[in-house]
Design a protein around this ligand. Structure first.
Ligand code: NDP
Length: 311
């Protein structure tokens, strides 16, 4: 059993910033890294919109630097996963995958969000055999091949553009008749000759003997004019948004209708006093690294204030 004044769960920009702030404030804190150390930025390419890096910075390097900064200041970073946490008693008690238990006076939840899937059986069937939710992780395997990216947001456009440099052709499968992405991203996609956008199109299934060889699609789904057709592809990439990682909380904290942790609006306080939320797990709106880092700072200051007020 380990005890801490502040347990930080998650190792993205929110978690590391919270760790830096609590450590500098002299609060004994432990950061538990979680399933994907470094978080979502470790799966992206160059980050051009994080201030302080005029030439951009690789996502893995940025996260490594945050980790080094926290550890350099004296933070405790634990490579483990919080399986469950009891928020009904004080101190709170977290059970880790490795078997350890941590007692904590305050908790900062910074567990981020994970990629969503369409829910097709074929996504499971071809997992690791042509289906991926991370173009920057797996794009390398599709050099000179044909791939499809599902989604019409910024992520989908970014992934399609990234893949267009590797693959011979990239389809974008977009369920509406427009892209939701920012104008700049749309422009980039439209200016790329080997990206073809299939509007008003949904995926029904995937086919292939030893891995994905194609997708069954339908145009104008749910209307009287449905058109079924197939495309030949080698890779199928999901880019349809993310689900906040809150399952381990077991319903003990109030969530909004999208599953994001509700905070009180002006602070990072959740429905449980002493528990704070930072980063994408509580941010359905902005979901940016710099915004996550900002809320990590706020959560640390909120935890510090709570500890001071509660002895
Ligand atoms: P978004 O929620 O913005 O977009 C999701 C896309 O997937 C939409 O086109 C949506 O379609 C589609 N979609 C959702 N569910 C399904 C489904 N079941 N079947 C088919 N299509 C589906 O998510 P993103 O991950 O793209 O972006 C999240 C946030 O991060 C946004 O705020 C975005 O701006 C930001 N971001 C910023 C970047 C940058 O600035 N460099 C890069 C990446 C993301 P529909 O439109 O019909 O709902």
């Amino acid at each position: 059993m380990t005890t801490t004044r502040c347990l930080i769960i998650g190792s993205g920009p929110a978690g590391y910033t919270a760790s830096i702030y609590t450590t500098r404030a002299g609060i004994n804190s432990i950061l538990v890294e979680g399933l994907q150390p470094g978080g979502q930025l470790t799966q992206t390419t160059t980050i051009e919109n994080f201030p302080g890096f005029p030439d951009g910075i690789d996502g893995n390097e940025l996260m490594d630097r945050m980790r080094q900064q926290a550890i350099g200041l004296g933070a405790t970073v634990k490579p483990d996963i919080v399986k469950s946490i009891d928020l009904s008693r004080r101190p709170f008690v977290a059970l880790l995958d490795g078997g350890d238990t941590i007692e904590a006076d305050t908790v900062i939840v910074a567990t981020g969000a994970s990629a969503k899937y369409l829910g097709l059986e074929d996504e499971k069937r071809y997992a690791g055999m042509g289906v991926s939710a991370c173009a920057t992780c797996d794009g390398f395997f599709y050099r000179k091949k044909v791939v499809a990216v599902v989604g019409g947001g910024d992520t989908a456009c970014e992934e399609a553009h990234y893949l267009s440099h590797l693959a011979s052709k990239v389809y974008m499968i977009v369920r509406k008749d427009y892209l939701r992405a920012s104008a700049a991203m749309q422009q980039r996609v439209n200016d790329t000759p080997n990206i073809e956008i299939l509007y008003n199109t949904n995926t029904v299934g995937l086919f292939g003997d030893n891995g994905v060889q194609g997708a069954h699609l339908v145009r104008f789904k749910g209307t009287g004019q449905e058109q079924f057709f197939d495309i030949d592809i080698d890779g199928f990439f999901l880019a349809i948004g993310h689900k906040p990682n809150t399952d381990f909380l077991g319903g003990q904290i109030d969530l909004d209708e999208g599953g994001y942790i509700k905070t009180d609006g002006t602070t990072t306080a959740t429905s449980v006093p002493g528990v704070f939320a930072a980063g994408d797990v509580a941010d359905p709106r902005y979901r940016q690294a710099i915004a996550a880092a900002g809320t990590g700072c706020r959560a640390a200051l909120d935890a510090e204030k709570f500890l001071a007020a509660n002895g």
